[in-house]
Design a binder for this molecule. Structure first.
Ligand code: NDP
Ligand code: 2IT
Length: 444
């Protein structure tokens, strides 16, 4: 059996009931076969792949908090510090009832390669909790965040591990967590990113993941003689990533006709009104079913359905495995040109294969959504030098990083004989820097 297959098998055996982690490891290691086969003897001797798929450290802790009625609740908190070969651990905190160790491990594993692709010195990590912020009062969210940080603060630091937002963790949650970290540790440092602008946050971090996705899609299309202008785009999700994808896509002249939340989806044939969307989601924290009240021509449908709408470009920006084989078949039948992942692993393995086999340009999340963490690293730089850069300066750097990522993954795919396969390109390009750093640092 090949070294890659052996390691995949062992990961499945040793990490039971973690299907998302298996899926992420399998995708990455499958892509790396050509590199691993060429170095099999030394990689085996150094147990390189075993070290890559085993987190350096995983922390699991109790998070007790009191609701507004005086009832105590207990959630589980996680931080998986996966790989620090190229820099301090970096990655978001997910607050969603579906969170478990396997999901945090899949996200942390992906983050290693994503962070490497940014070209910035950040290692891979992820954390979060099965706490559901939905429907909670501000005081309840604060109580949870303070309790969560009371334990997490023992393991993080501006030069060791710098968490940020993800699903369910936005500016409000980061603010409460930062306040609690500062109170306990007595340090005003860049220990979290995605902070508010009044206390060390970076301009353009809020927009960065969504804008970054459109910058890399624009570059990819340009290299194939196409543009975003006048394209019809379907987006899923209605959170931080989706909102700023829609905003930038519209600035670039595209028409975005869909978005969704976990209850249903919107079809607005005049183009999603991003101000209305921001007001519903960022200000009022309402459900998407409210949208037609402001835009009577829009249709709201319960359940799933975004990918049944004909579009040129599909941008899944909600959650993992939200675009399956059936969805991929509908997209292809409707003539989709490109799919780019705003979310982490939103496309199932079978759907990805189907899209690629039907010549759809497919950009994987670890390249396409890297603009968020890249701008987090720029926030860390600004915090270190105790300066703040202008929006234009950060945005220009973000744009250059996303264009650089496209060419890096395109070149890597070409170099190894997989021209146009950006999944293989991203995994190999991300891996090369990490493995170089791991080798240089000895057996640790
Ligand atoms: P938000 O919490 O801001 O928004 C998430 C959106 O996705 C909401 O509309 C939510 O609907 C929907 N959603 C979440 N879970 C599900 C589910 N199980 N089924 C259907 N819809 C769901 O999160 P973000 O926008 O920050 O994150 C979206 C994705 O992008 C995630 O995969 C995240 O890991 C990834 N990402 C985020 C980055 C960032 O900087 N924020 C950077 C890179 C990647 P509802 O409100 O109903 O739950
Ligand atoms: O998945 C991701 O890259 C994020 N949630 C952002 C992580 C970060 O540290 O900004």
């Amino acid at each position: 059996m090949s070294y890659v297959d052996e390691v995949i098998e062992r990961v499945i055996q040793e990490n039971p009931n973690e299907p998302e982690f298996h899926q992420a490891v399998k995708e990455v290691l499958d892509s790396l076969r050509v590199v691993v086969d060429a170095n099999e003897e030394s990689y085996r001797k150094d147990a390189l792949l075993e070290r890559l798929v085993n987190p350096e450290r995983q922390i699991k802790f109790r998070v007790p908090w009191i609701d507004d009625a005086g009832q105590v609740h207990v959630n589980t908190g996680y931080r998986v510090q996966f790989n620090s070969a190229i820099g301090p651990y970096k990655g978001g905190l997910r607050l969603h009832p579906s969170v478990n160790l396997g999901i945090i491990k899949f996200l942390g594993f992906e983050q290693i390669f994503k962070n490497s692709l940014t070209g910035l010195p950040i290692g891979g990590a992820k954390g979060g909790s099965d706490f559901d912020p939905k429907g909670k009062s501000d005081r309840e969210v604060m109580a949870f965040c303070q309790s969560f940080m009371t334990e997490l603060c023992k393991y993080i630091g501006a030069d060791t591990d710098v968490p940020a937002g993800d699903i369910g963790t936005g500016a409000r949650e980061i603010g409460y967590m930062f306040g609690q970290y500062k109170r306990i540790r007595g340090l005003f440092v860049g220990v979290l990113t995605g902070k508010g602008l009044s206390y060390g946050g970076s301009l353009a971090r809020t927009e960065a993941t969504g804008y970054g996705l459109m910058y890399i899609v624009e570059e990819m299309l340009k290299c194939h003689g196409l543009t975003i202008k006048d394209k019809l785009i379907s987006v899923s999700g209605a959170g931080n990533v989706a909102i700023y994808v829609i905003e930038k896509a519209q600035q670039l002249g595209a028409k975005v006709i869909t978005c969704s939340d976990s209850d249903g989806w919107i079809y607005d044939l005049d183009g999603i009104d991003v101000q209305v969307l921001k007001d519903i989601k960022e200000v009022k924290r309402q459900r998407l079913s409210e949208y037609p009240k402001y835009r009577p021509q829009a249709q709201y449908h319960e359940g799933k359905g975004v990918w049944s709408v004909p579009c040129d470009i599909a941008l899944p920006c909600a959650t993992q495995n939200e675009l399956d084989l059936e969805d991929a078949k509908m997209l292809v039948a409707n003539g989709v040109i490109a799919v780019a992942e705003g979310a982490n692993m939103p496309t199932t393995a079978q759907a990805t294969e189907y899209l690629q086999a039907h010549d759809v340009y497919f950009l994987p999340g670890k390249a396409a959504n890297a603009g968020g963490v890249a701008t987090s690293a720029l926030e860390m730089s600004q915090n270190s030098e105790r300066l703040s850069w202008s929006f234009e300066e950060v945005d220009q750097k973000l744009q250059a990083i996303m264009i650089g990522i496209y060419h890096n993954i395109d070149d890597a795919a070409r170099k190894y004989g997989f021209e146009g396969n950006y999944v293989v390109g991203a995994n190999i390009a991300g891996f090369e820097k990490v493995v170089d750093a791991m080798n240089a640092q000895g057996i640790v």
